[in-house]
Design a protein around this ligand. Sequence first.
Ligand SMILES: NC(=O)C1=CN([C@@H]2O[C@H](COP(=O)(O)OP(=O)(O)OC[C@H]3O[C@@H](n4cnc5c(N)ncnc54)[C@H](O)[C@@H]3O)[C@@H](O)[C@H]2O)C=CC1
Length: 513
Amino acid sequence: MELLRTRLIPVSLLRAASTGAIQLKEPLNYRHGGRVQPSAGGGDSKRDQVYEPATGHVICDFVCSGKQEIDLAVQSAREAYTAWSRLSGLERSRILLEAARLIREQREDIAIVESINTGKPISESRIDVDIAWQAVEYFAGIAGTLAGQHIQLSGGSFAYTRREPLGVCVGIGAWNYPFQIACWKSAPALACGNAMVFKPSPLTPLTAVMLAEIYTQAGVPNGLFNVVQGAVETGNLLCSHKGVTKVSFTGSVPTGIKVMETAAKSVKHVTLELGGKSPLIIFSDCDLENAVKGALLANFLSQGEVCCNGTRVFVQKDILAAFLEKVVAKTKTIKLGDPLLEDTRMGALISRPHLDRVLSYIKQAKEQGANVLCGGDLFVPDEAKLKDGYFMKPCILGDCRDEMTCVEEEIFGPVMSVLSFHTEEEVIERANNTKFGLAAGVFTRDLTRAHRMAAALQAGTCFINNYNVSPVEIPFGGYKMSGFGKENGIATIEYYTQLKSVYVEMGDPECPF
Ligand SMILES: NC(=O)C1=CN([C@@H]2O[C@H](COP(=O)(O)OP(=O)(O)OC[C@H]3O[C@@H](n4cnc5c(N)ncnc54)[C@H](O)[C@@H]3O)[C@@H](O)[C@H]2O)C=CC1
């Protein structure tokens, strides 16, 4: 019973959950092992409302955390850090493995809340939760392997290195993968011996608190993973807090720049996972069916609200017509509607302002000469409760040119811009002609060309003959203005630890004085 009582939403309610039926009253901050109302003081006590994208209903609201609450959250994390960082890697590993197991056990509950809060189909939320527990399990495995080096020096002296945690890390998340982002940041942070204060996006505050409860149930010290809710001001307080050593941020480029500026004032470590406008390049020697699948995967998961989406689809001229015919036909069959229904393949966009923004990009694209081949307008489901949801039909824009706004800017919605090209050299230059560098994709049957392209493309991740797969073993992170630092993969350890060198003199010091 204890387990059920501490949950964000009672299991009985969750299992019976239907779109439009959830109302929450529980506090959404999590500090020192329990949910709390944020401490008043030092903030503007602004209340933010949380919407259900599929219905437009308010699910709950919360008070944004101010200075006093941030101080308490960081202080509590610091206390937990002292105990946690002294454990052996194997001891930390055991607790994190239990957390991964609990996430698996609560998979359906977390996925339901995620779909209600983000608007994405339940089938996708389940995969998000799987990717999340895999990250926790993966870094649990790595925790016991963290070690330094021994370095032999002349005269019998030697040195060794210690791989040490950083301290209290801050995680700041975007709204598109709320639970997964919280896990991708906290799993390596905790595995390396750090504590974390996490701030979800104010649009999606719910599932990070479920993760906090799971960590507590798994046995981490109270305070090791605290959650504070809020928006710009709260984020800013976290990035400037003197008790914080690192900020790992996922969000847009403009906010990432502000985060880096703020963190720089106290020389904090920073990881930035920012936006993109990634190219997907389809050569005429590809398997066309697979390339069409790739283009759909690269554009329409999570209503197109995916940072590494391949939204600039370059198709070699001689297969352009065949490609368009197939991709448009497939896109028209995507089933839109209630995110909690099993056969829904596209849900609602995150908010009304965001939907309006995406639609205005399409309007502008038309004015600039693009041809709407399908979708691009509002979708109003038949069911009465979904009438005020933020739905739109997935859109394919043909006749795009490099200088169009829809090709240059991140739209972050279900909008694919299709461009044609003639030669490999030409497409490399055009694909790289962007300030972003998050991901890229290539479809071709020519092996040497595929690897030549992967080497030439300026992006942190290159997919060959697939798109948007994210196994936890592979480091993920951007080039150029898409950010720096990695999440996932062993490389991430570098970003949550610091290396101390210890010199040991075995003789007498040589001294000129
Ligand atoms: N590279 C990656 O891994 C990913 C990148 N993104 C990017 O995120 C963006 C969409 O997410 P949004 O939530 O709209 O981004 P956003 O930049 O508006 O907000 C991100 C987070 O930063 C917080 N924030 C806002 N101002 C802040 C400040 N001055 N200091 C500290 N924190 C502040 C927000 O409250 C939110 O939690 C897109 O550009 C997308 O490409 C999204 C997911 C993954």
